[in-house]
Design a protein around this ligand. Structure first.
Ligand SMILES: [Zn+2]
Length: 517
């Protein structure tokens, strides 16, 4: 790998100079050397995953990891590193111990992981199981099940579709897919480049999209509790064998907490349901020892700055960010250890090169993204003005651009322009030296469901990086397999180096990045 990059740097120095000023060319050469030959990005993602992961919102583990990140940035000489609190009533929750088994009609280990913020069991519990397929209509559920659930484990939801694994689990975008996305013109259609794309303004509609969506099963959880049900088993099928326990959002102190609720593998679900169909009664034995606590000091965004060198332009800021929180069933290596590690490495590269960018470069590592952009929204409301109000603080005008990383560990393939045509020629020029890495594909499309949405809402040029999906939505995303094994070194090394080069160039431009008309 080293030989490949050495060649690349030599070629770049030789041919690249005509299109660039000498100083820019030298600066990018330094960035390339630091990013490709002295990379620490895998070490960082390893620290984040194996030592400090997972990092569920509100937990002591999250704060310990945040303290590590702060110290790491400080050790590199990042000028100002500090925490900003984003939530006073977001609770921490940790698993201490759990087990789920079927003990009748025959023994079967149930592949499970508890959903976050659900209650502990009162020691080991044993009970019969019933199946409730539809639980959205609470009145219908009450009518059918009132008085029948005491001492029962409840299997909920429909049987997952059979998946014979004919399709590959891991993919990179094909040339056709990328070319298709590039051809799109405004108004942008939903992107073919992955399920996170769309045109809904999540921030403007956050009460509908997040609050209502997150609370939709609360009445059901409350009913099961009242009825004395013992536990819930459910599945969110992704790929065979995988357990996918994200999607309970009882993180605030005021939210109802469910009885012990376990995500189980599609195969465990399938067998339990088929036994019910045959009128064979499964007996479930389980325990869950979890700890729920409120420590507002755990709920921090981590902010760090490299102060700009130009006496005037230093008041303008180029921001990069990634969410620092993860779900809980594995290490959070791809969501979002990879994005966090890459953005931290960008700061390291810029400091290590000794370059002195004119504008200030600020990194923000957000908490609570998985619960609806809690960290980035609180930051924006503090610094830019309230969502839903028209008045804006001065600071909003000083942010040139925000780049976000949160689509797994796959290689950068380009940038979603988020409807902002004005930035296209600028990004094209900035990415020219990296064309041979195929990272320069620009799509006018919007993508959403991550923190750049917040900046987009405030009309700050906010961009999410287009990344190869790899096995993000088939294997690792919010699952028990979100582990370092699925982070390819070459991909994240390229991501950090190219983004460092972009950030440096944005910080050096004569003008700020153009805003959407
Ligand atoms: Zn994420």
């Amino acid at each position: 790998m080293k030989a490949f990059f050495t060649l690349f740097i030599a070629a770049f120095l030789f041919f690249g100079c005509s299109a660039f000023s000498q100083t820019k060319s030298q600066a990018l050469s330094k960035i390339n050397t630091e990013g490709f030959q002295r990379s620490q990005v895998m070490q960082l993602i390893g620290d984040l995953s194996d030592v400090y992961g997972p990092r569920l919102t509100g937990t002591d583990q999250y704060l310990t990891a945040a303290q590590w990140a702060k110290k790491t940035l400080e050790n590199w000489g990042v000028d100002k590193v500090y925490f900003e609190n984003y939530c006073d009533d977001c609770m921490g929750w940790e698993v201490k111990s759990f087990n789920v088994e079927m003990i009748e009609p025959a023994y079967m280990k149930i592949h499970a992981y508890p959903y976050a913020w659900t209650e502990s069991s009162n020691g080991v519990q044993i009970g019969d199981m019933v199946w409730i397929e539809n639980y959205g209509d609470i009145e219908a559920v009450k009518k059918q099940w009132a008085g029948k659930l005491e001492g029962k484990t409840v299997l909920i939801g429909s049987v997952p579709k059979q998946n014979m694994l004919f399709d590959p689990l891991s993919t990179r975008f094909t040339k056709e897919e990328i070319e298709g996305a590039k051809k799109d013109i405004l108004p942008a259609s939903p992107s073919p480049l992955g399920p996170t794309s769309g045109n809904v303004d999540l921030v403007a509609n956050k009460d509908v999209v997040f609050e209502k969506g997150m609370r939709k099963n609360d009445a059901f959880y409350a009913f099961l509790k009242e009825e004395g049900a013992l536990s819930i088993l459910g599945t969110t099928p992704l790929s065979p064998g995988i357990v996918h326990p994200s999607g309970t959002y009882s993180f605030r102190e005021s939210h109802i907490k469910s009885v012990p609720y376990f995500a189980i593998s599609p195969e465990s679900f399938g067998k339990l349901k088929r036994l019910v169909d045959r009128s064979i009664q499964p007996k479930i034995k389980f325990h869950l020892d979890s700890e729920l606590y409120l420590k507002p000091k755990n709920n921090v965004n981590i902010i760090g700055e490299i102060t700009g060198s130009d006496p005037v332009l230093k008041d303008e800021v180029v921001m990069i960010g990634a969410h620092f929180d993860t779900w809980h069933p594995a290490s959070g290596a791809t969501d979002n250890g990879a994005g966090t590690g890459v953005m931290m490495e960008v700061m390291r590269i810029i400091k290590a090169t000794g370059l002195k960018p004119k504008r200030t470069i600020r990194i923000a590592l957000w908490g609570g993204e998985e619960q609806g952009f809690l960290g980035s929204l609180a930051y924006a409301e503090d610094h830019y003005g309230k969502v839903g109000e028209t008045s804006r603080k001065k600071e909003v005008e000083k942010i040139s651009a925000y780049l976000n990383m949160d689509n797994g560990a796959g290689k950068m393939r380009g940038i979603y322009l988020q409807g902002n045509e004005g930035v296209r020629p600028i990004f094209e020029e900035m990415l020219t030296p990296y064309k041979h890495l195929d990272v320069d594909n620009l799509s006018i499309q919007n993508t959403n469901y991550t923190d750049h949405d917040v900046f987009d809402y405030y009309k700050i040029p906010g961009f999410q990086i287009i990344q190869d999906m790899l096995n993000y939505f088939t294997v690792t995303h919010h699952t028990n397999l979100d582990a370092l094994e699925y982070v390819p070194e070459r991909d994240v090394m390229i991501n950090a180096t190219v983004i460092a080069a972009l950030v440096y160039q944005i910080a050096e431009r004569e003008e700020m990045m153009p805003r959407e008309e």
